[in-house]
Ligand binder design. Structure first.
Ligand code: GLU
Length: 443
């Protein structure tokens, strides 16, 4: 199919690029493992597509990587030097797009992996973006709002030449939110001398954010679970659900599944976990978290750990926390019928064959959690056209777009007799490869 005729042929593509050499050395860190997983998934898709070696090299490596180190003054007057990253994995199909993460484990390899997954996610759901990710190695729970604002504004200044509505558009991710985006938008706008709403998505609605963006990832998780349930003849009303993670994505997914009539029996967050066989009242639990900072100890529930939650005999297991949660070590304990990857990379490649063997239907991350970036695209499009759509309009477009991708994945899995993850990656890699080949090599 597609080829880069002029790309220099590699005798051994896996060792020819400097990037490939970087990956194994870092495999011991969480970020290194995430990157190794992303590359393994890409290689499986590239093999399946018999991707030409030149294209394989291009798509396997991030296109642009930025590391910045910058000082911030903390509330106690001391100065701390922080490290921030932004990686644009591929921009063949449009401006780079992806979240900005504040988490102590954030490192370059983690951001590389997450940027690569963004490229495939945007291609799979057919939004006109490439893939990017950014992050700062910091624990936002230990910082005041003033300190977070200082970090964010300084980071935005450092990335001034990199981000922009036509080049690279950040959005919320783990540890960041609409307020973070407002600070970035304001910083870039102050520098330019006029408002630049399209430089970020996931902004507050008052600043040009979109209806439905805050819940969009959870909404997409619900739509893809409904779709998977339909395909296996599972009625979601009364179905049992366990959710790992109660942040932006986990909370919304749990709340929307609860509202759809599912029985959410267990939820964990960073500090603990709760369980109630009769079903957790999710809106009540949210109020408990607002008061106490964690789901732990919510009245009428008993304690549950992540490992116990993974092993519950539920209909749907939603993973809405971090990368690498299910591995070969614990995949055998999963008894759910559907495993929804609401986080990025929550299942490591060595777990996939075990889940498949046990008949667990996995909704791959680049499909399951794509609702966020779909509505980011809708927000960006509204900003460009100076329009504001209603919540119904946004959700209707979101549903149409994510279900079209789900149908494509299912059809491809059937046609090629492969699992949904490989099908999703094959579709995405094929689209990016085609765009890359059409653009050709410059000069
Ligand atoms: N951080 C989200 C993700 O991982 C959203 C990215 C975006 O909207 O750009 O998909």
């Amino acid at each position: 199919m597609t080829s880069l005729r002029d790309a220099r042929p590699a005798r051994d593509a896996s060792h020819a690029s400097g990037f490939a050499r970087l990956a194994p050395s870092a495999a011991a860190s969480a970020g290194g493992r995430a990157l190794a997983a992303a590359i393994q998934q890409f290689d499986a898709a590239a093999d399946h597509l018999s991707l030409e070696p030149g294209l394989r090299q291009v798509l396997r490596s991030p296109q642009r990587e930025v590391t910045v180190r910058f000082p911030v003054t903390l509330d106690d007057g001391s100065v701390q030097v922080l490290t921030g990253y932004r990686v644009q994995h591929n921009i063949a199909r449009g401006p780079a797009k992806g979240g900005l993460r504040y988490h102590p484990q954030t490192d370059m390899d983690d951001v590389r992996a997450l940027a690569m997954w963004m490229t495939w996610k945007c291609a799979l759901v057919d939004v006109p973006f490439g893939g990017a990710k950014g992050g700062v190695a910091v624990d936002p729970a230990k910082m005041s709002s003033n300190e977070l604002e200082a970090v964010t504004r300084r980071l935005a200044s450092e990335l001034e030449g990199v981000i922009g509505p036509d080049s690279d558009i950040p959005a919320p991710d783990v540890g960041t939110n609409a307020q973070t985006m407002a600070w970035i938008m304001d910083t870039i706008s102050m520098h330019r001398g006029y408002s630049v709403p399209g430089v970020v998505t996931g902004k507050p609605i008052a600043l040009g954010g979109s209806q439905g963006r805050a819940d969009a990832t959870g909404q997409g998780v619900l739509y893809t679970i409904e779709d998977a349930a339909r395909r296996i003849g599972l009625d979601l009303r009364g179905a049992t659900v366990a959710v790992q993670g109660f942040g932006n994505v986990g909370e919304a997914a749990a709340r929307l599944l609860h509202a759809a009539g599912a029985r959410v029996v267990a939820i964990t967050d960073v500090y603990g976990g709760v369980m109630d066989d009769l079903g957790i009242d999710v809106p009540n639990l949210k109020r408990h978290v607002e008061e106490h900072g964690s789901v732990a100890g919510a009245p009428g529930t008993r304690e549950v750990t992540n490992e116990q939650l993974f092993a519950l005999p539920v209909d749907v297991l939603v993973l809405a926390a971090l990368e690498g949660q299910i591995t070969a070590a614990n995949a055998g304990s999963v008894r759910a019928r559907i495993l929804a990857e609401a986080a990025n990379g929550p299942v490591s490649p060595d777990a996939d064959p075990i889940l498949r063997e046990n008949g667990v239907v996995v909704i791959p991350d680049i499909l399951c959690n794509a609702g966020g970036v779909i509505v980011s695209y809708l927000e960006w499009a509204q900003n460009r056209a100076a329009l504001a759509w209603t919540l119904d309009e946004v959700n209707e477009r979101l549903q149409r777009q994510i279900l079209a991708a789900a149908e494509a994945v299912s059809a491809r899995a059937d046609a090629d007799d492969i699992d949904p993850r490989l099908a999703a990656h094959a579709i995405a890699v094929e689209r990016v490869a085609q765009a890359t080949a059409l653009r050709g090599l410059y000069p």
